[in-house]
Design a protein around this ligand. Structure first.
Ligand SMILES: [Fe+2]
Ligand SMILES: [Fe+2]
Length: 188
């Protein structure tokens, strides 16, 4: 299994963990009201999602999926759907982030609308990962040989600049850990 593919699988686990954290923080906010420390963690988690999957993971998948479609004998529908999901999720992340920025700035946002929009967003992200794991990634395993992965690796290296610098990835890994900790430890 190519190391790029292994990284994509690991990314899915990391993103799922971020979504679990986001959901847990939402529930805390729902119970305790607008608490500044919970809101801050929600904003950081949304920032993580806006950068890690939207700016890093999905663009790499876009390149790999395009290569896959170029093979010609591949079932295109699930791949095209995943590519469409990436554009939709990018817009959804912006929309949900704006809602939470409005809350952080004390603007009036209808509570039920906020929670239902956030839940829908989490579901959409989870369903996307699930569809890739079950419908698209098996096609990668089936159709991409080591020479394909080498071509993909070369294309990735030729891109203008990595979307996420290594130090930024370390920062987000630390954030994941902090948000995952019990609240008393996370605030300290
Ligand atoms: Fe994706
Ligand atoms: Fe993915």
């Amino acid at each position: 299994m190519d190391s790029i593919y292994v990284q994509l699988l690991q990314d899915h686990l990391n993103i799922q963990r971020a979504l679990d954290n986001f959901e847990r923080l939402l529930e805390e906010m729902h119970c305790a009201g607008r608490d500044a420390s919970t809101l801050e963690l929600i904003m950081e988690t949304l920032d993580y999602i806006a950068v890690y999957p939207d700016q890093w993971h999905h663009p790499i998948e876009d390149l790999i999926f395009s290569h896959l479609l170029g093979k010609g004998d591949v079932e295109a529908e699930p791949v095209n759907r995943a590519l469409g999901d990436h554009r939709q999720l990018l817009a959804d992340t912006r929309r949900i982030t704006e809602l939470f920025y409005a809350i952080a700035n004390d603007c009036a946002v209808e509570r039920d609308q906020l929670y239902s929009a956030a839940k829908e967003y989490i579901d959409a992200q989870r369903q996307h990962i699930e569809r890739e794991n079950t419908e698209v990634f098996p096609l990668l395993e089936q159709h991409l040989a080591s020479t394909d992965w080498e071509q993909i690796r070369t294309q990735l290296l030729e891109r203008p600049a990595p979307a996420i610098a290594p130090e930024l990835r370390a920062h987000y890994d630390a954030l994941q850990q902090r948000v995952s900790l019990p609240r008393s430890s996370a605030i300290a």
